[in-house]
Design a binder for this molecule. Structure first.
Ligand code: NAD
Length: 491
């Protein structure tokens, strides 16, 4: 299917098993960032209509929660097959509305499918404890029970994968689910829901609601909603966490990031450079796991910078659908402007501009929101480009006298999403694991992205809550642990 098959130009919600027109005055155009072409219009669901979506979920929940778990996972097996079958077409839609390159879109969808696979293990993931003779003649067991209807509010940068960090686990554990995807690239979710429709979930179990901040706030203020999962920027994550908690629902909110990579003087510098460039610039740097500040120890600085520039100079900027493209368009003109402003700030703060991606143009794509790979050297880690999330193709390289100073620098931001170390010394790796104050740690790995059978970490201003996305953590988030205590006296 292509875009014309999934929408007639105006997007609809999917509620209670039906494609439903959205009766709202607000909305946004969905634009191909490489060409500037308008792909469709997404109306925003008015706050007053949100309660109906939650009610549809709650009505379906009454039956769904008591279906045998083997029955509940069958639509997920079908969804996995459908996702595999449509992967290439979904990837093209994703590239067209997001800008990243086709291989990155394929990789993202693979990561999403892996979450569906892991959720199919719910019969094992949901099992809990049983203890005979917990007290004289008393047996105790703990049971995980679903809670109702959950919502997930997701960001623009992984429109195919991030909804699947949540959706399959929520429904496999017996809950109903509402997805509110990013209004910047909602077509991928629209496609996903065509497959959900085909996969055979009972009406009302899985729902799609388009919208902007007002729609989100109506969900968070809905007292019937059992909980909300959020992924996006830190200020909104904090707002979601506070608002949902005030309403009294469960909440997990993943925020923004500023990830550092430490390059030890023992590291294989060409390998470290290649992996760092890939981590920084893949998806145009629009990744919460992008390592965009490298802190290099001692004499390794000069050869590392040289190796980085060698790789950077081979990067091709262009339309994500072009197989030669490494770095695609950024999501919007507004975002590209913000990235360019931060590059300006990097220069003003006295950092050394080694490669400048501002003003890059791509022949035939004059309306595209492109920024080329940008590299700063001699970075002051107190400056804005080393402290603020840029979310663009910008890498900063800083010096440290020793490993200890490098680790202190990486821990000196407000964020705690990810960090990597390149080293040949086991002792450094061990110390790094212990001291790096982040949730996802890579050693000789450029991008510390956990597989679906591990949770996705994050702390400090990168995460608000306690149970994370993916795997066992999210199963706990979506279930309440009830304890049964039994004694059977003789009668
Ligand atoms: P965003 O915070 O602007 O939007 C995320 C979602 O929140 C969207 O669905 C949007 O409609 C909604 N939203 C936006 N403003 C709102 C408001 N004022 N009130 C209520 N809802 C609101 O984020 P984005 O620009 O779409 O995504 C990029 C951000 O997401 C980056 O900061 C990135 O680091 C972060 N991110 C984090 C992770 C992680 O795992 N920690 C993963 C991916 C992206």
């Amino acid at each position: 299917m292509d875009i014309d098959d999934i929408t007639d130009g105006t997007l609809r919600n999917y509620v209670d098993g039906e494609w439903t027109p959205i009766d709202g005055d607000d909305g946004a155009d969905v634009v191909n960032p490489a060409t500037g072409e308008t792909l469709g219009h997404v109306p925003f669901t008015p706050p007053g209509s949100v309660a109906d979506v939650v009610s549809a979920g709650d009505a379906a929940f009454e039956t769904w929660r008591n279906r045998a778990i083997e029955d509940r996972i069958q639509p997920l097996f079908r969804l996995k097959s459908l996702l595999e079958e449509h992967q290439e077409d979904i990837a093209r839609v994703l590239v067209t509305e997001h800008g990243k390159n086709l291989n990155e879109a394929r990789g993202e969808l693979r990561r999403g499918i892996e979450n569906v696979e892991v959720a199919c293990g719910a019969p094992r993931l949901m099992q809990d404890g049983f203890l005979e003779n917990a007290a004289p003649e008393i047996d105790e067991m703990a049971v995980r029970r679903p809670l109702g209807t959950f919502a997930a509010i997701t960001p623009f940068n992984f429109p195919g994968m991030i909804p699947l960090w949540f959706l399959p686990y929520a429904v496999a554990t017996g809950n109903s689910f509402v997805l509110k995807p990013s209004e910047q690239d909602p077509l991928t979710a629209q496609y996903l829901f065509h497959l959900i429709d085909e996969a055979g979930f009972p009406d009302g179990v899985v729902n799609l609601v388009h919208g902007g901040p007002d729609t989100v706030n109506a969900l968070l203020e809905n007292e019937d909603l059992a909980g909300a999962s959020f992924v996006g920027s830190t200020p909104v994550a904090r707002h979601v966490y506070e608002t949902a908690a005030r309403t009294g629902m469960r909440v997990q909110a993943q925020g923004g990031a500023k990830n550092y990579v430490v390059v030890s003087d023992s590291a294989d510098l060409e390998y470290a450079a290649a992996k760092t460039v890939s981590s920084s610039f893949a998806c145009g740097g629009e990744r919460c796991l992008a390592n965009d500040i490298a802190v290099v120890v001692g004499d390794a600085y000069e050869p590392f910078v040289e190796a980085v520039l060698d790789v950077v100079d081979d990067q091709v900027v262009g339309d994500g659908l072009d197989p030669d493209t490494d770095i695609g368009a950024l999501i919007s003109p507004g975002h590209a402007e913000r990235v360019a402003d931060l590059i300006d700030a990097g220069v003003e703060d006295g950092n050394e501009l080694l490669r400048d991606g501002r003003g890059v143009t791509v022949d035939g794509y004059e309306e595209g929101t492109f920024i080329g790979p940008t590299v700063f050297g001699e970075v002051d880690t107190d400056s804005r480009i080393a402290q603020e999330e840029i979310f663009g193709p910008v890498l900063g390289i800083a010096r440290a006298d020793d490993f200890d100073e490098a680790v202190r620098k990486l821990n000196g931001t407000d964020f705690g999403n990810a960090a990597s170390l390149f080293t040949a010394r086991g002792g450094e790796a061990r110390e790094f694991r212990n001291r790096a104050d982040v949730g996802n740690i890579g050693v000789n790995v450029g991008t510390a992205a956990p597989m679906a059978f591990f949770h996705f970490g994050g702390r400090k201003d990168s995460f608000f809550g306690d149970l994370h996305a993916q795997a066992e953590d999210v199963v706990r988030f979506y279930t309440d642990e009830t304890v049964y205590i039994e004694r059977w006296p003789d009668v």
